[in-house]
Design a protein around this ligand. Structure first.
Ligand SMILES: *[C@@H]1O[C@H](CO)[C@@H](O)[C@H](O)[C@H]1NC(C)=O
Ligand SMILES: *[C@@H]1O[C@H](CO)[C@@H](O)[C@H](O)[C@H]1NC(C)=O
Ligand SMILES: *[C@@H]1O[C@H](CO)[C@@H](O)[C@H](O)[C@H]1NC(C)=O
Ligand SMILES: *[C@@H]1O[C@H](CO)[C@@H](O)[C@H](O)[C@H]1NC(C)=O
Ligand SMILES: *[C@@H]1O[C@H](CO)[C@@H](O)[C@H](O)[C@H]1NC(C)=O
Length: 650
């Protein structure tokens, strides 16, 4: 695991490396300036020459000469209201969905980009269901030249429905069709999402929300429904809204990835250009980097993500849909009460007047109850992209953006002054343990322990292209033969597949993940949630934990003041982890030169990816596999029907 090249963080933020992307000075060339002035004038004209009320949003977008009047971005849905009332008190059902995936130019933030659409929507349709529902989703790939697979992030689906290209299926070829049977376990509810899991199409908008409502009623043995308490009663809210928030790149994701892989980019992750909330953003055209010209119009985005009814407490479900950056939310006049992370109940905070929560890393979700501001004063929400992972400056990006919160009864006040709120009390989402009732299921010890090392390396023999590694293996979708892993005995997997096997029986497993990299990484396990027992960062050295030779996990040693507890006299009952502070999650941020111990019940048979959720890192191989309840000898495949799905080449 020797590093070939230094990837040291540049302390003074340097500009995007000149070799690949020459960055000119911030000053815009004159034509762009003139153009944006004209745009501003036109916006102002259309905006102020008509009454402000009862204007459909589309008419607030400036028409530019020679451009279509109606901008397709207007089809975005800034406010995503949810309808728990349709789901919480009915028995489980099968929902049939018919999805057609296409690709078309859109202006989510004013900048023209080819984005994926599902049934003409970007982001894709929001799925709402209840625990125990089956979703039969017929996906037709109507995109030219792109294969597609969809993953249902956080749901413990059957392995063959997991949507990981190369692992559980061959991707759907252009013109092809596949029916996903997403059966939601009876014990799962909360905020999830779906996204592409083939290539980098997630970065071009192939994602959407998936909300599973907890039923208020339980089915009795006779199939009748008996009334019970639902989440709205438990957490004391009346309505629900969804926020899909993530970073956004103006170039196609394939070009962004190609840039990342250039030796001259020095493995600096591409810094995003913009940010979208529910498919809508605001971008100042004058900020575009001249070296990367964009087709941009100043459009007055409708940013009413949170227009609220007065006297109503809202459950806000937040998904980080981004490719790279973590994010935090800060509210102005409101306070929040964090109730779930990654769809699991958390221990409620005793702290009063919390108005800030984060950092939420790519793939993660958080749910909180948003309490009204006093006297329904207009309030604000600030989204802050975490700049910790930005290794150079992208002048196009505004990393902190503030949006107004309106109360529907109040007359719409001037949108001019939206000032950034200040943090009164912050909740660090990473440190919040699961609720005590969740932790009751956590055993004091696991039956198996596995250890892996992960890192991004640039090696001369591979032309200094950054590659993600687990142990000595950089992951690529199974290709030789091109059969998904679940359809192939383990002995026939190609050399790009590093797997750990949990044996034929369901078992409690400890997975020790050592991050030897210079950067932190958010890792996601498919098909399961895991209890995070500890996350440590070294103050010196590599910060690794090898459970097979270290007497104690670094940072978790017993109190040495007690003389009898020396490593010579290791107490076999010593419990290094504070299990009362464990967190059940499906994604964990592991710091640079640190490690995490993840304990999970490996009980969902199949082959599951464990990977970094930063899109550029997954695409360069930072992934491995967990073979759950398979044949211990590796001679028998999990599911040999997949090869016959019609998707794989014969
Ligand atoms: C903004 O969009 C919301 C729906 O998401 C709509 O209710 C509202 O009227 C729009 N606001 C304006 C000013 O067009
Ligand atoms: C979907 O999966 C569930 C659970 O695996 C199964 O009971 C059901 O029959 C499946 N439905 C279809 C149409 O295959
Ligand atoms: C990864 O490497 C470590 C150290 O060589 C080894 O102990 C471990 O078994 C490896 N893990 C897997 C899954 O092969
Ligand atoms: C020291 O450790 C031993 C063994 O774990 C324990 O029985 C004893 O109570 C400890 N003494 C103190 C003073 O903590
Ligand atoms: C598929 O699996 C079944 C049961 O494990 C086995 O009987 C059958 O021979 C397998 N078919 C192929 C083509 O491997």
């Amino acid at each position: 695991m020797e590093r070939q090249h230094s990837r040291r963080r540049r302390s003074a933020r340097t500009q995007e490396p000149a070799l690949a992307q020459p960055v000119a000075s911030r000053q815009s060339p004159r034509p762009l300036l003139t153009w944006s002035l004209i745009a501003c004038l036109l916006v102002a004209l259309t905006y102020f020459s008509r009454p402000l009320t009862h204007l459909p949003w589309t008419s607030r977008i400036a028409p530019l000469p020679g451009r279509p009047q109606r901008d397709p971005a207007a089809e975005g849905r800034p406010r995503m209201a949810l309808h728990p009332e349709d789901h919480v008190s009915r028995p489980p059902a099968t929902q049939h969905l018919d999805w057609r995936i296409t690709s078309a130019p859109r202006r989510p933030d004013g900048v023209l980009k080819q984005v994926y659409l599902i049934n003409d929507l970007f982001p894709g349709p929001t799925i709402e269901a209840r625990s125990g529902d089956s979703l039969l989703i017929t996906v037709t790939n109507a995109v030219e030249g792109d294969s597609i697979a969809l993953h249902w992030h956080g749901i413990h689906v059957a392995s063959a429905m997991d949507g990981a290209a190369g692992v559980s299926q061959c991707p759907i070829l252009p013109g092809g069709q596949f029916v996903y049977n997403v059966t939601i376990p009876a014990d799962q509810s909360g905020t999830f999402w779906y996204h592409a899991h083939s290539g980098v199409s997630r970065g071009d908008g192939l994602y959407g929300g998936l909300v599973v409502h907890a039923p208020t009623a339980k089915s009795t043995v006779r199939g009748l429904l008996s009334p019970g308490r639902g989440d709205a009663q438990r957490f004391n809210y009346q309505k629900e809204l969804l926020l899909l928030i993530g970073d956004w790149y103006h170039r196609p994701a394939k070009d962004v990835l190609a840039w990342y892989k250039l030796p001259g980019s020095f493995a600096n992750e591409p810094v995003p250009d913009s940010m979208l909330v529910n498919g809508v953003g605001h971008f100042d055209c004058a900020m575009a980097v001249p070296a990367r010209p964009v087709d941009c119009i100043e459009q007055l985005a409708n940013t009413s993500f949170l227009d609220l009814d007065p006297d109503t407490a809202y459950r806000i479900r937040v998904v980080n849909t981004g490719a790279l950056a973590g994010l935090s939310l800060v509210f102005g006049q409101n306070h929040i009460d964090l109730i779930q992370v990654d769809s699991v109940d958390v221990k409620r905070s005793q702290q009063e007047d919390v108005n800030s929560a984060g950092i939420l890393y790519p793939g993660q979700r958080m749910d909180f109850v948003l309490h009204a501001s006093p006297q329904h004063e207009p309030s604000t929400m600030m989204v802050q992209l975490d700049q910790g992972c930005f290794k150079y400056m992208n002048p196009a990006l505004t990393p902190d953006q503030t949006f107004p919160i309106h109360y529907r009864s109040a007359s719409i006040s001037s949108e001019a002054q939206v000032s950034a709120p200040t943090v009164r009390n912050h909740i660090n989402v990473e440190n919040v343990p699961s609720s005590p009732s969740i932790l009751m299921n956590l055993p004091p010890r696991a039956q198996q322990t596995h250890v892996v090392y992960t890192k991004i390396q640039k090696m001369a023999r591979n032309h200094n292209i950054p590659e993600g590694y687990f142990n000595q293996t950089t992951w690529k979708p199974q290709n030789d033969p091109p059969t998904p892993l679940i359809g192939l005995p383990r002995v026939r997997w190609d050399s790009n597949q590093l797997a750990l096997s949990t044996g034929s029986e369901a078992a409690w497993v400890d997975l020790v993940v050592n991050n030897l990299d210079e950067g932190p990484h958010p890792f996601h396990l498919h098909g399961h949630h895991f209890y995070i027992l500890t996350v440590q960062q070294a103050s010196y050295g590599w910060g690794s934990y090898d459970p097979f030779s270290d007497p104690y996990p670094p940072g978790q040693e017993p109190d040495m003041e007690n003389e009898s507890e020396t490593p010579e006299a290791i107490d076999p009952n010593f419990q290094p982890y504070d299990l009362s502070r464990a967190a059940l999650r499906d994604t964990v941020q592991i710091p640079s030169r640190g490690y995490a111990v993840l304990r999970f019940r490996a009980d969902n048979p199949g082959v599951w990816l464990f990977h970094c959720h930063i899109l550029w890192h997954l695409a360069t191989g930072m992934a491995m596999l967990v073979d759950v309840m398979g044949d211990p000898t590796g001679q028998v495949a999990h599911d040999n029907s997949t090869a016959a799905s019609g998707l794989c080449p014969v």
